[in-house]
Design a protein around this ligand. Structure first.
Ligand SMILES: *[C@@H]1O[C@H](CO)[C@@H](O)[C@H](O)[C@H]1NC(C)=O
Ligand SMILES: *[C@@H]1O[C@H](CO)[C@@H](O)[C@H](O)[C@H]1NC(C)=O
Ligand SMILES: *[C@@H]1O[C@H](CO)[C@@H](O)[C@H](O)[C@H]1NC(C)=O
Ligand SMILES: *[C@@H]1O[C@H](CO)[C@@H](O)[C@H](O)[C@H]1NC(C)=O
Ligand SMILES: *[C@@H]1O[C@H](CO)[C@@H](O)[C@H](O)[C@H]1NC(C)=O
Ligand SMILES: *[C@@H]1O[C@H](CO)[C@@H](O)[C@H](O)[C@H]1NC(C)=O
Ligand SMILES: *[C@@H]1O[C@H](CO)[C@@H](O)[C@H](O)[C@H]1NC(C)=O
Ligand SMILES: *[C@@H]1O[C@H](CO)[C@@H](O)[C@H](O)[C@H]1NC(C)=O
Ligand SMILES: *[C@@H]1O[C@H](CO)[C@@H](O)[C@H](O)[C@H]1NC(C)=O
Ligand SMILES: *[C@@H]1O[C@H](CO)[C@@H](O)[C@H](O)[C@H]1NC(C)=O
Length: 752
């Protein structure tokens, strides 16, 4: 008993008890609260009186409830640096603080959590260097999607004892990785994607299950010896690096391989014929390399092959005839090869199971093949950026499964076939940058899934008829269908070209994703969008936050469309971008437009007249509003001053507009370049002072010039709102930049 008491006393002194665990958790809680005064996560419910500590949300204990062993505060709106006293929880084995906005660098204290087995800090904004050398019992380490930098070479031998999963993807790590995991006996999953690792590859990767180093600066050869011995790999992703030389046929030693991704390197020579013996292979991504033109016949044996990507290998000439014999393949991606012919001679148009055909960025010419309509499995047909000419075959209307038709940037003439009205699964119709004429057929209104229509830069005439506003009225069945599909391998690399066209990344609300899109998420984004998951929150006019919904667009600019905009446009409930610029629309703008969740509204260079509806002031999401070069008249609606999100505004050259631009608020943040050629419009006097002349519109700090004109109090209020704007914008940007899928995770309330 004396001994027991002594032991008990000793442990109590060193803080090894449930009571001391509670103490630590409560100080953790008040620390978290100090960093986040509002909208607190589930730690807010941690309390001494109400419940046993082991019942607190996110807390797990030893089976007998004697010690705290796990903390799970995933997605709990935590901000500020990581708490520096977690090591006082001496039995902690599980810590998941992922999907928060934790910043700072990793505190030394975390290295003293010696019992830790599972550490997930992914999806935060943690910076600094990797310093976890004391965590020798870790089996799962997930630091993905943070800002951690520096070398990792010295960390790994120390972390290696029992490590199974190492996920450092999407950080700023640098340095070499050769030899790095030599001592990690149990390692199975390594994800080092999207960092700046350089030098040669770690040569022993074949003993893992999954190895991805996509998007780094690794170089050198992949040698045959790397595949010698037992290979357990199921996924090998070397895409987006600087590897050179021949790729070794010994890869066929990896008989469990499902995905081999070599996209975006400088591999040369023949595609190894031995790949044809890896019968489990489902995805073969060889695009953006310098492989030779001869595709080995053995690949035809890959009966499980779903995705075959050979874009951008500079093949030229005709499409190789062998592609017409890959009858098993569903996704055939051959864009960017400068092919000139072979669409018919290769027989690819008779592939029975083809679901996606991408022949964009080649040099095909002549008429569009009407035979394509026989491919009844086709869902994505991408023929953009070629030299196809002549009419669009009306037979394309007979492809009921078609979800995307992209014929942009060709030399097509004639009219849009009315038969397209039968395409009820169509989500995207991309016909921009051709020479199409005639009307947009009223039948397009029957395309009940059509959310994204881009016919910009053609010679279309006729009007935006009331029937047309019915398009996209019910995309749910199409999304449902896509959700049910079990093809996990829908996307491959190099999807960015397509996604930048389809999610018009040059316009808000889509613009913010451009950088991320370019690098990281094109692959998943496509899959995401075609399942109808949110890409942007759609806020009903009059409210600032809204449910996350898919947002639609209508891009009709650069045509000769005329007539009035129908009032029933208000039923396009998901429309967030409407571009009618450079057309001949006329008449009054219907007030119903104020019921749309628009972020972008561009009416420049039309003949709209009459009053600008003051209802535009209800569209609180609006970021770009261009009314320039019209014939609007009457009093300028000061309700537009309520549009606090607006960053681009142009009402120039509406000479009959009159009224007064308020000298305070959102409108005063734009320069006079937004108000050119409006002689009757009275602008705030500070617009004409020297300081403002060189600053163009849209800059929020233009208001600096107000100093002389506003009282000190107004100035203060203005400063605060500016500061607040920057803080909110910065937080938004930070969140956006560091989440893998900014379109769905970043906005409150979350999409569930
Ligand atoms: C860490 O927690 C222990 C136990 O609650 C406490 O004794 C110690 O003072 C704390 N240290 C710091 C730096 O907060
Ligand atoms: C870590 O957390 C992220 C985000 O919450 C989650 O997606 C991921 O699966 C977790 N990682 C592991 C290895 O469990
Ligand atoms: C690593 O993290 C990223 C981002 O959270 C995730 O998409 C990926 O699946 C993870 N990889 C592994 C091998 O767990
Ligand atoms: C390869 O796998 C076999 C069967 O699983 C095993 O007997 C053998 O020891 C392994 N060889 C090596 C070098 O690991
Ligand atoms: C690819 O390799 C060729 C020949 O070795 C070289 O000329 C070319 O610059 C390399 N391209 C890239 C993008 O590294
Ligand atoms: C086409 O797909 C169907 C259904 O998935 C499958 O049964 C059939 O074998 C496939 N055809 C070829 C030639 O692979
Ligand atoms: C049409 O051409 C313009 C100008 O070249 C380009 O910016 C735009 O992205 C093209 N649109 C599509 C859908 O390809
Ligand atoms: C409106 O569209 C035109 C033509 O595309 C473009 O030049 C202009 O910048 C757009 N206006 C705004 C405010 O984005
Ligand atoms: C422009 O509007 C003014 C005032 O409403 C009207 O008198 C004039 O005829 C209009 N001009 C054109 C070209 O429509
Ligand atoms: C507004 O449009 C006019 C006419 O196109 C242009 O000259 C001016 O620069 C534009 N203003 C801004 C702020 O973009």
């Amino acid at each position: 008993m004396v001994i027991c008491l002594a032991v008990f006393k000793a442990t109590a002194v060193t803080g090894d008890s449930l009571d001391s665990d509670i103490e630590v958790l409560l100080s953790f809680k008040s620390y978290l609260e100090s960093w986040n005064p509002i909208e607190r996560g589930k730690y807010n419910e941690w309390e001494t009186e109400k419940q046993e500590v082991c019942q607190w949300p996110g807390i797990t204990c030893t089976p007998e409830g004697s010690r705290v062993t796990g903390i799970n505060l995933r997605d709990s709106t935590i901000s500020g640096p990581l708490f520096g006293n977690l090591s006082a929880l001496t039995q902690l084995t599980f810590l998941d603080l992922s999907s928060n906005t934790i910043g700072g660098s990793i505190p030394d204290d975390l290295s003293r959590c010696h019992s830790l087995k599972h550490l997930n800090l992914s999806h935060n904004i943690i910076g600094g260097k990797l310093s976890l050398s004391g965590l020798s019992n870790l089996d799962v380490l997930d630091l993905s999607v943070n800002k951690i930098s520096g070398d990792v070479h010295s960390s790994f031998p120390l972390l290696c004892n029992s490590l199974v999963v190492a996920n450092l993807s999407t950080n700023n790590f640098t340095g070499r990785i050769d030899g790095i995991f030599n001592e990690c006996k149990y390692l199975k999953y390594v994800d080092f994607r999207y960092n700046r690792f350089s030098g040669e590859i770690w040569a022993d990767f074949r003993r893992l299950v999954k190895f991805s180093v996509s998007g780094n600066r690794l170089s050198g050869n992949i040698s045959a010896s790397m595949f010698r011995g037992n290979c357990t790999l199921q996924e090998l992703d070397l895409s987006g690096n600087d590897f050179v030389g021949q790729f070794p046929g010994q890869v066929s030693n990896c008989q469990n391989l499902k995905v081999l991704d070599l996209w975006g390197n400088n591999f040369t020579g023949n595609i190894p014929a031995e790949i044809g013996s890896i019968s489990s292979l489902r995805g073969l991504h060889l695009g953006n390399n310098m492989f030779s033109r001869d595709i080995p016949e053995t690949l035809l044996n890959l009966s499980n092959l779903v995705f075959l990507g050979l874009s951008r290998n500079n093949f030229r000439g005709d499409i190789q005839e062998i592609f017409g014999r890959f009858t098993q393949v569903k996704y055939l991606v051959l864009f960017g090869n400068s092919y000139v012919g072979g669409i018919y001679s290769s027989n690819i148009l008779t592939l029975p199971n083809l679901s996606r055909l991408d022949l964009s960025y080649n040099n095909f010419s002549g008429r569009l093949p009407s035979e394509i309509s026989q491919m009844q499995s086709l869902t994505f047909l991408i023929l953009a950026y070629n030299n196809f000419s002549g009419d669009i075959p009306h037979e394309y209307g007979n492809m009921p499964r078609l979800q995307a038709l992209d014929l942009s940037s060709n030399r097509l003439t004639g009219s849009i076939p009315a038969s397209f009205g039968k395409l009820t699964s169509l989500l995207w119709l991309m016909l921009a940058n051709n020479s199409l004429s005639g009307e947009i057929p009223r039948e397009i209104g029957n395309c009940s899934s059509l959310l994204w229509l881009n016919v910009a830069n053609n010679q279309l005439s006729g009007g935006l008829y009331p029937e047309l506003t019915n398009m996209g009225s019910n995309p749910t069945p199409t999304f449902e269908l896509n959700r049910q599909s079990t093809d996990y391998i829908i996307s491959g690399s190099g999807e960015c070209l397509v996604m930048k066209r389809w999610i018009p990344a040059e316009f808000p609300p889509f613009i913010f994703g451009l950088e991320t899109l370019a690098k990281r998420s094109c692959r998943s984004l496509w899959d995401h969008v075609r399942k109808g998951k949110c890409i942007f929150p759609v806020c009903p006019p009059g409210s600032v936050v809204g449910p996350l919904e898919i947002s639609a667009y209508l891009q009709l600019s650069g045509n000769m469309l005329s007539g009035e905009v129908p009032a029933n446009i208000s039923r396009m409930k998901k429309l967030s971008m409407l571009h009618l610029g450079f057309n001949e629309f006329e008449g009054k703008l219907p007030i119903e437009i104020g019921q749309l969740p628009l972020v972008f509204l561009n009416l420049t260079r039309n003949k709209f007249s009459g009053q600008i509806p003051r209802e535009l002031g209800n569209i609180y999401n609006l970021q770009n509003l261009d009314l320039s070069y019209n014939n609007f008249s009457g009093n300028f609606p000061t309700s537009l001053n309520d549009l606090n999100e607006m960053s681009k505004f142009n009402i120039s050259y509406n000479p009959f507009i009159s009224g007064v631009i308020p000298s305070r608020g959102q409108l005063a943040t734009f320069g006079k370049e937004s108000f050119l050629g409006n002689p009757l419009l009275q602008l705030p006097s500070f617009f004409n002072q020297s300081g403002n002349n060189n600053s163009s519109s849209g800059e929020r700090d233009n208001g600096r010039e107000e100093e002389d004109h506003e009282s000190a109090i107004d100035m203060l209020a203005f400063c605060w709102s500016t500061v607040l704007f920057y803080v909110v914008a910065l937080m938004g940007i930070l969140v956006l930049l560091y989440l893998d899928c900014p379109w769905c995770q970043s906005m409150a309330p979350p999409c569930r």
